[in-house]
Design a protein around this ligand. Structure first.
Ligand code: GDD
Ligand code: MN
Length: 358
């Protein structure tokens, strides 16, 4: 086997068969396989891929359950390969598979990485759905170029090819968050990679829908922050702390409102704290722990445990702040130390007890 083509897909049922046919036409003379990595799409993408796999040994399917994410899907697909080279291509026919032989040649000729590029002569991005998408894409490219070690015209591309050995080598350093697996790979490399950009025309989508939403953009910001901090602080902890900050605002807001409606201070603060904790649970469940989001009865159980954990965190916060204050440390320092310790406690304990992160 010389080339594994990794295809992340979510709700792409209608694109699976055309994809295999297009690869078959484009890759004559190359020993290839395609690995569809599906996150348990409700539209039956995995069943469709398996039906084809039953007829054709070159087709494989990985079905992941309880998880979501383009980048992490690509990582798992690539790590399932035994081929010499791996390529990554979207499963919606927007990337031009006929460019794969040229990309393979660039790497067999010595490049570390071949990137399908919309921004070198001969490429274009007219397939982007709207002028807003074009603006977002261009802004992302500029940000990514500031961080990337190598000058690349299309660091936001999701279409690329490299030696499997190189992927394996970088795999342990990947963030694996969000959509930008190529950028993640480039930033993970300790040395400057020799990159060749192969032009392609980004096609418009004809079946299915784009999965890019506000959350994917937030994850992109997360990837950039994580890479800037070089992994010294876990990204989840940063998100958790930001959510905590939002919780403080909610607490103060509810406190003020409740007092205006005539509640006494103690009651109003209790109400504010409870509302803030519930909101924080929701936000963490949607954002921080999106990949293992709790639903239904498990969400209620999670909320209960979260309230208990944060309640203990609050008791620790007050206890530590009081003890420091009694030893004549300033009020601000004592309060901040108490709060910081309770955030670390809430984060560490809720990660294991509420969201069961391994
Ligand atoms: N397994 C899995 N899990 N696949 C996913 C997920 C997910 O959570 N989210 C998206 N995908 C799959 C889609 O089904 C599609 O095959 C591919 O990833 C790209 O998703 P789109 O929703 O079509 O993204 P896009 O068109 O906005 O952007 C893509 O193209 C850009 C241009 O090259 C992305 O690949 C970008 O990274 C890329 O820059
Ligand atoms: Mn797409």
């Amino acid at each position: 086997m010389s080339l594994s083509i990794i295809v992340p897909c979510y709700n792409e049922r209608a694109n699976i068969a055309p994809m295999v046919a297009a690869l078959d036409a484009a890759l004559t003379g190359i020993d290839w396989e395609v690995v569809f990595v599906d996150d348990d799409s409700p539209d039956g993408t995995a069943q469709q891929a398996r039906a084809l796999a039953a007829q054709d040994r070159r087709v494989r399917c990985i079905r992941r359950v309880g998880r979501r994410g383009l980048s992490s899907a690509v990582i798992e697909g690539a790590l399932s390969s035994s081929a010499d080279y791996v390529a990554v291509i979207d499963g919606d026919m927007q990337h031009d598979e006929t460019r794969l032989p040229a990309m393979l040649k660039a790497v067999t000729d010595g490049a570390d990485l071949a990137i399908g590029s919309r921004h070198v002569a001969g490429g274009d991005n007219t397939g982007l759905a709207s002028p807003l998408r074009v603006k977002l894409s261009n802004a992302g490219i500029r940000l990514a170029q500031m961080l990337a070690k190598a000058p690349v015209h299309d660091p936001m591309s999701g279409f690329f090819l490299l030696r499997r050995a190189l992927f394996e080598q970088l795999a342990g350093r990947l963030t694996g968050q969000g959509f930008k697996i190529l950028l993640d790979l480039m930033l993970a490399s300790p040395r400057r990679l020799a990159i060749v950009e192969v032009p392609y025309k980004f096609r418009p989508r004809t079946a299915g829908e784009s999965k890019l939403d506000a959350l994917v953009l937030a994850q992109f910001a997360g990837l950039l922050i994580d890479k800037t901090l070089r992994g010294t602080i876990p990204l989840r902890f940063i998100t958790f702390s930001l959510v905590g900050g939002v919780g403080v605002l909610i607490n103060v807001l509810v406190l003020e409102l409740a007092r205006r409606f005539g509640m006494d201070f103690g009651q109003a603060q209790t109400l504010g704290t409870i509302v803030a904790m519930i909101a924080n649970f929701q936000l963490n469940n949607q954002l921080t722990y999106r990949a293992q989001r709790l639903k239904g009865a498990r969400a209620w159980r999670g909320l209960l445990v979260f309230l208990l954990v944060c309640g203990l965190g609050a008791i620790a916060n007050i206890g530590i702040a009081r003890a420091l204050y009694a030893e004549n440390h300033g009020g601000l320092l004592s309060g901040a130390a108490g709060a910081a310790i309770s955030v670390v406690w809430n984060y560490a304990v809720s990660a294991t007890l509420v969201w069961r992160v391994r």
